[in-house]
Design a protein around this ligand. Sequence first.
Ligand code: PEP
Ligand code: MG
Length: 577
Amino acid sequence: MFALHGTGIGGGIVVGRAVVLESRLIDVPRYRVEFAMRLAETSRLARAVETVRAELRAIAEHLPADAPSEAQALLQVHAMILDDPSLAPQATVAIESHGQNAEWAFASQAEHLAAQFEQFEDPYLRERGRDVTQVADRVLKALSGSGRALRTRVPGEVPLIFVAHDVSPADMLQLKHAGGFAIDLGGTASHTAILARSMNVPAVVGLGHASQMVRDDDWLVLDGESGVLVVAPDESVLDEYRHRMALGLLERKQLSRLVNVPSATIDGVPIELHANIELPAEAEQAREAGAAGVGLFRTEFLFMNRAELPGEDEQFEAYRAAVLGMRGRPVTIRTLDIGADKSLDSSDDTQGPAAAPNPALGRRAIRYSLAEPDVFLEQLRAILRAAEHGPVRLLIPMLAHGHEVDQSLRLIAQARAQLVDRLGRDMPPVPVGGMIEVPAAALTAPFFARRLDFLSIGTNDLVQYTLAIDRADHAVASLYDPFHPAVLQLVAQTIRAGERAGKPVAVCGEMAGDLEATRLLIGMGLRSFSMHPASLLRVKREILRCDAGRLRARVARLLAADDPVKVRSGLERLRDA
Ligand code: PEP
Ligand code: MG
């Protein structure tokens, strides 16, 4: 028995048997082809490419209705790579002039192209190198003629956990009944991770050498929450995880009964629970979890992994899909929050040779939008148009200065005027809110509360900027403490500023879904939470058990503490309030 550690993508725990998917690029046959046979060899390659083209088309045409919305786009990326002039045409030249066999010629070109992508600083462009490898894998499979049939689980049998160096999104879509995915490569923003998350099965990426260390049919335990893969677990470990799985299932069943229970404390204080989504299709998951609305739609994911920015119409379709998906419940659409760890492409000057000295403190979020008013106006028009289809709220990320509010409001008015002009009708009103995620904004929250319709506290960034801890840096991860008294005081001040100005305040960072923070935030006066839909019912269960009046007094005492250790013990004591 041994365990491997990677990055958990979520989806719970699964105990099952391994299916190791080998990569064809690793062991490519290489031999010389006689001159007389070279024409036949080039035709063999052309047939394989055509087979793959047809395969990708067939997968795209037969996508199940419930396939993630981004699946079509991913298949298009693969089709484009397949037609890249540096692949098959160059491989054909290598066959004709150097006598390389088709596998050798194609694999070499693919390796070359993938290596070019890997040189990019930008993590999203680097990911495209993986797409090249995945496409090449398919062509090599077609060349070998073996047609690796992807095994799927026969319902009722032991779940199959797919272990791979990498899985292409196209292959992943064929593994509809997968019990889980354990993948060597990748980070949380890879296509594979994005798809795994929307498929809602346990998945762990970034496992290193799992595909070499695991054998077909090995028993595995895959924990998508903690990012652990246990290989050949002994009976006691298996029992332990089976027990945890059963408890997880039971809990989910019990929690599902809370979907329609109104969210309120014992003393009758209503608490709104909203969902955070990254893609429009997740609106459905939000609604199923009983979310009162979408509290944060991170629109930047529509802008990533692509050659060109989405235009107004494409954005409008995406925002409208989320609005329609929520069936009348409000959708809070955050304007583009790129920069720092979320860059668009290599031309973004927060990356690459002209990289800002410290991207997290650089031109990100609203700073980017104000520096690129045409991009901003396009997005604002798309959002305002979506508001004709249901209630929409607009949220501006990372405000710190008053003039950023003025400029944003001016540009929103301009986008509205452009639409009125173009469409010849008025647009519905859209409340405009600001994210409080920089200490400067929290300290001057009364100003932002006066100027805006609502506030939303982004604790992920607020913690990072208050404690000077890069949220993406593992080396300082242990110092990232959302319960540091300095952070708590900033959160409490912001909530108070909203109360005084009569403006709603929400928390939409990870803290909102953290059960340890629920009582504390209610005691601070928070009445609106926004979190990943998977956490929502657990937080609701906690809310149903607490007394807002009693918490208010206790939390006021806790906030007086300036010692992080005392805050922790104070948190423990909130459990019985
Ligand atoms: C936050 O900073 O808390 C937040 C919700 O925004 P993001 O995680 O997208 O930066
Ligand atoms: Mg943020």
